[in-house]
Design a protein around this ligand. Structure first.
Ligand code: DON
Length: 450
């Protein structure tokens, strides 16, 4: 979006607020990174609908560095599964710097896939074939996450390869413990290449949004990794993504995140958004100073902390009453008495476990003394996940066992295929297109139970 909108305004405001922040240094142990412009500062946010917002230098290219680690971890998990990957690399915060020469005492595994030792192992786990070498596979995967073809900054790659003895030392140490059954030089070379993949802040926001969106790129709609893998990666980002500053980051900013020494920083709000910043001046933990400040302020301002309840209370059930109070209720006292015994529960939006529990509770409570019938109106429901469906089916089955009749207003078939509903609820549940029709049938059945 270029015209002013509220989200772009929020990003521009952060840009203006933190652009003048002067702390931090460019990483110099990879000499090429010292060429970065210290004034560059870009921010980008991508929503689950693929809307992209940005401010500042959001299109300036830089190398991914450690921001590549969660995405290559995702590739290894997709290729081998969590159990196999977990044999070689742990999932515990190390409490140490990203480049610590340190392995788990008993197993010899690196602590997690976010520190260099773990990332070298993760990269080495990515299978390669003569037709598709491991690095090509990695580049294809990173490009799918970004939704465009990425490339390597050869100067940065050469610069890191020339000065990367600490990482080589780590790879040899890992092999000496028996956990890495590959050539340490080759493994580190692939790792250096992956760190040198060129992106922009907008690319990184799309990549983070893909993790937040259950592995589906919200711009291209391509399924890059499974929802399970996306969740596993976000979990490790939340606990380990910011190295020895991970606890404080989760406490204050409250989002799974990953930093990189070229100045990139991503954060993901599961099922909500992907965020990225770029600014090359780093704090001692290797995190962009302006990026940290901006994401912290944005989280505070927009209430993005993961541990804050994202659901608005009461937003699922829009009506819980009895049919006699509806405008369509009949005038005669006799008929009204029947309508009094027809409970109405209407729901809206997307139904997950939390929302389904609200619906079921409202259904249980509907109707005087919980007798009579219940009309469940699902017309405003936009979707239901498998957990919500299982719960709703079980709740409808229980109502029938209790001798209460249920009717569902469900022209959009939100409750699932009739065969499945019959199997799970043990009945041919009547489904109607209008609420009036469903209420009328329930009232008639109460009048004539035979
Ligand atoms: O391995 C390295 O040292 C770099 N290629 C990446 C380190 C990094 O980005 C640490 N994160 N803040």
């Amino acid at each position: 979006m270029t015209a002013s909108d509220a989200v772009t305004d929020a990003l521009r405001e952060l840009h203006a607020r933190f652009a003048g922040m002067r702390g931090g240094e460019r990483a110099d142990y990879i000499p090429e990174l010292t060429r970065a412009d210290p004034d560059d500062f870009g921010l980008a946010l991508v929503s689950m609908d693929g809307h992209c917002y940005s401010a500042g230098e959001a299109d300036v290219p830089f190398t991914m560095q450690s921001v590549s680690k969660p995405f290559v971890y995702a590739l290894a998990l997709s290729s081998l599964g969590l159990d196999e990957v977990g044999r070689w690399v742990g999932a515990e915060p190390s409490g140490e710097a990203f480049n610590a020469i340190s392995l788990e005492p008993r197993t010899g595994r690196p602590a997690n896939a976010m520190v260099n030792a773990g990332a070298i192992v993760t990269t080495a786990l990515v299978p390669g074939t003569p037709d598709l070498p491991a690095f090509d596979r990695i580049l294809i995967c990173l490009s799918r996450f970004a939704g465009r073809r990425l490339d390597v900054d050869e100067e940065v790659y050469v610069s890191e390869a020339a000065t990367g003895d600490r990482n080589r030392a780590l790879a040899y140490l890992i092999r000496s413990t028996g956990t890495l059954d590959v050539d340490p030089v080759a493994a580190v070379d692939t790792y250096f290449r992956q760190c040198s993949v060129r992106v922009t802040a907008v690319d990184l926001a799309v990549m983070a949004a893909t993790l937040a969106h259950g592995g589906v790129n919200p711009i291209t709609s391509e399924s890059v990794v499974s929802p399970a893998v996306a969740a596993q990666v976000l979990a490790v980002m939340a606990t380990c993504g910011m190295y020895n500053a991970s606890g404080d980051w989760l406490l204050r900013v409250g989002l799974p995140a990953k930093s990189g020494v070229s100045g990139g920083l991503i954060a993901a709000g599961p099922a909500r958004f992907g965020l990225a910043t770029y600014s090359p001046l780093l704090d001692p933990a290797g995190t962009s100073v302006r990026g940290h400040a901006a994401l912290g302020a944005l989280s505070e301002r927009l209430g993005l902390h993961l541990m804050r309840n994202p659901a608005l209370p009461g937003s699922t059930v829009t009506l819980a009453t009895t049919a006699d109070v509806l405008p369509s209720a009949p005038a005669s006292r006799q008929e009204r008495a029947l309508h009094e015994r027809v409970g109405i529960v209407a729901a809206q939006g997307a139904l997950d476990f939390t929302a389904a529990e609200r619906v079921l509770y409202a259904m249980d409570e509907s109707g005087p003394e919980q007798t009579g019938s219940v009309v469940l109106d699902l017309r405003e429901v936009t979707g239901a996940d498998s957990v919500a469906l299982t719960l709703l089916h079980a709740g409808l089955a229980r109502l029938a066992e209790d001798g209460r009749r249920a009717a569902v207003v469900d022209p959009g078939n939100r409750l699932g295929p009739p065969d499945l509903v019959r199997e799970r609820t043990g009945q041919d549940l009547p489904r109607y297109s209008t609420r009036e029709e469903a209420v009328e049938r329930c009232a008639q059945a109460l009048a004539d139970p035979g």
